[in-house]
Design a protein around this ligand. Structure first.
Ligand SMILES: NC(=O)c1ccc[n+]([C@@H]2O[C@H](COP(=O)([O-])OP(=O)(O)OC[C@H]3O[C@@H](n4cnc5c(N)ncnc54)[C@H](OP(=O)(O)O)[C@@H]3O)[C@@H](O)[C@H]2O)c1
Length: 278
């Protein structure tokens, strides 16, 4: 068994599965984990963490949306001989006040910053791929999305860029030590207008209707989301519309020496995959 393993948490998720594939392609020994992996990792079952951390020197950390467990996990990584941590966080997390997003993200960041390990924080803006995932895809495919979204421009980041940056940082010890990379795409359309290129590219009429945050929470609950999840998702829009995370950064270009992918590029790839076919 190799003693220089890179651990990927959330390896079945949006970023984790992309990061895992990139590391495997580079022949990096990877332990890809989630609650369903052969060696399972569960944020709420610390008894299993030591087995997960055996032989690990570097870890890609995808936190859960509750403050707390990352502190215990980081302490355990130090004891297990891990040397580097790369944490996924959110763009402009300092400006999210005492919202659940702000508290969760800053708690995870504090845990990583408080460790003696080499660490890098990747603060990603809203993913472009949110538009072809739950809960946005189905209303878009039906042509009638109703969101509490307005005119604030979204520097949506393409998940492929998040994964490219994460894989580069995980593979370049020392080069990103102590850095916080704010990962955004180029200035993109406001959330409310993002449906327009989707409509044009897919050839389907899509008309956005603006609703209040309370209406959106109620809709999500009606669709079967739990109250907490529904409020959490709604909060994302409320924070977004404040505009504090609308700014763009050049971190993707700096790390990858390549401009970030555009929202239109995502729309073209997703349309080709029939993402919004009803
Ligand atoms: N969506 C956005 O626009 C956006 C933007 C910036 C940052 N973020 C942050 O990105 C993070 C999510 O990352 P992601 O999108 O890559 O993942 P994701 O697609 O949301 O998937 C979550 C991953 O975590 C695993 N997981 C869920 N519960 C777990 C638990 N109790 N213990 C261990 N693993 C668990 C899941 O696998 P199993 O279910 O198999 O365990 C899955 O692999 C969140 O912290 C979010 O705030 C999101």
């Amino acid at each position: 068994m190799s003693n220089d393993i890179t651990l990927v948490l959330g390896a079945t998720g949006n970023t984790g599965r992309r990061v895992t594939a990139r590391l495997r392609l580079r022949d990096t020994p990877v332990r890809a984990t989630s609650r369903s992996s052969r060696i399972p990792f569960d944020w709420f079952h610390p008894a299993g963490w030591d087995q997960v951390l055996r032989g690990v020197t570097t870890a890609y950390v995808v936190p859960v949306p509750v403050p707390g467990p990352v502190h215990d996990f980081v302490a355990r990584t130090e004891a297990a001989g891990v040397r580097r941590l790369v944490l996924l966080s959110g763009h402009g997390a300092d400006d999210w006040g005492d919202s659940a997003f702000g508290l969760d993200m800053r708690s995870a960041e504090d845990a990583v910053r408080g460790s003696a390990l080499e660490r890098t924080i990747l603060r990603a803006s809203n993913f472009a791929q949110n538009f072809d995932g739950r809960p946005f895809r189905a209303p878009l495919a039906a042509g009638e999305p109703a969101l509490p979204a307005g005119a604030v421009p979204g520097p949506f980041i393409d998940l492929e860029d998040v994964a490219d940056v994460a894989a580069a940082v995980l593979s370049e010890p020392g080069q990103h030590a102590g850095r916080v990379h704010e990962l955004t795409g180029p200035r993109g359309p406001p959330q409310a207008e993002a449906v327009e290129p989707i409509s044009r590219a897919s050839g389907q009429p899509i008309v956005h209707r603006r609703i209040s945050p309370a209406e959106y929470t109620a809709t999500l609950v009606q669709e079967g989301w739990g109250e907490d999840e529904a409020r959490h998702l709604t909060e994302m829009f409320v924070l977004f519309e404040r505009g504090t995370a609308a700014w763009t950064s050049d971190a993707v270009a700096t790390v990858l020496r390549c401009a970030p992918r555009t929202f239109e590029g995502f729309v073209l790839r997703a349309t080709a995959a029939e993402a919004w076919r009803c």
